[in-house]
Write a protein that binds this ligand. Sequence first.
Ligand SMILES: Nc1ncnc2c1ncn2[C@@H]1O[C@H](COP(=O)(O)OP(=O)(O)OP(=O)(O)O)[C@@H](O)[C@H]1O
Ligand SMILES: [Mg+2]
Length: 318
Amino acid sequence: MLTTIPGPCYAQLNERLVASIEESVTAVSSPISPGTHDSLDVAAKRLRALSAAHSSGSQGKPAIRLDGVTHYFVSQNQAARVVDDISFEMPAGQFLAIVGPSGCGKTTVLNMIAGLVSPSVGHVWRNGSPVAETGRDIGYMLARDSLLPWRTAQANIEMGLEVRDVPRASRRVTAERLLNALSLRGLGELYPSQLSQGMRQRVALARTLAYEPAFLLMDEPFAALDAQTRLMVQAEFIRVWEGTGTSVVFVTHDLEEAVVLADRVMVFSARPARILLDIMVPLTRPRSVESARYGEEFDRTHREIWRHLRDEVVRASA
Ligand SMILES: Nc1ncnc2c1ncn2[C@@H]1O[C@H](COP(=O)(O)OP(=O)(O)OP(=O)(O)O)[C@@H](O)[C@H]1O
Ligand SMILES: [Mg+2]
């Protein structure tokens, strides 16, 4: 079966994203102490969260599974293969980064995991169930924030919780915790137009984290940020995420970002995407994103990824 997405994919994605946010608030966040840097505390929380994630219905099944996934897009009566026989499994709570040349099929794979695109061949599972559509358990983040301009930062963060009838006081607590953790203290009453790009992206991140989705799908979420802001947001994101047990699939062009953030990195080939390398990152958790990039493990992993990616980038741009 050949499948195509009519019209611009992102328009459809945004529409479904809002619908998914409205549906996807499953519970009031269990609070993580804001700004905590105590490694043992974070490690204990992560262990508890991971064990909860494992025991909550998935019964040891991989959080995400792709089996023989191939995808074609059809345009002008021509079928173009963009994904070629991809199979992998990912346990709950893992942070997987995907890198690959531009146009190779990364977003398409993310959209298949989200249920926005059905594979032409093969199957995708989330928590042991075949993916048929976007679920209540997904948070999806893009490079450009999709904040509602008529809502304050705080009201944007509370949006998902509000739709789910979480009491006002609990919404406030969650929003304030995330505003503090993401260096937005005191900015909750400002509107998106009054915020910088970095601040808006932090608010979008807080909005996604507020409803604690089981899966966080991120498509170059920090790509629009300047280099220094990106470093800050990466570190803040990891500090908040490390307590949650959320499974993350994170697409990026930035190899350094992939290594310092992820537990595992996959390198895709030039189109059609195949898995060229699937490597675990030998850096421990909790992890300091600031210092993770200085060390032999980082250098070795970075070099290995680039060794596999380099020829593909050349091939893709030829
Ligand atoms: N809805 C669609 N209809 C037809 N072709 C599409 C559609 N969406 C994507 N494509 C094509 O599929 C290929 C893979 O696109 P995709 O967006 O998955 O790549 P990508 O790896 O995310 O690229 P980038 O790094 O530039 O974001 C591209 O050649 C693109 O033109
Ligand atoms: Mg893309």
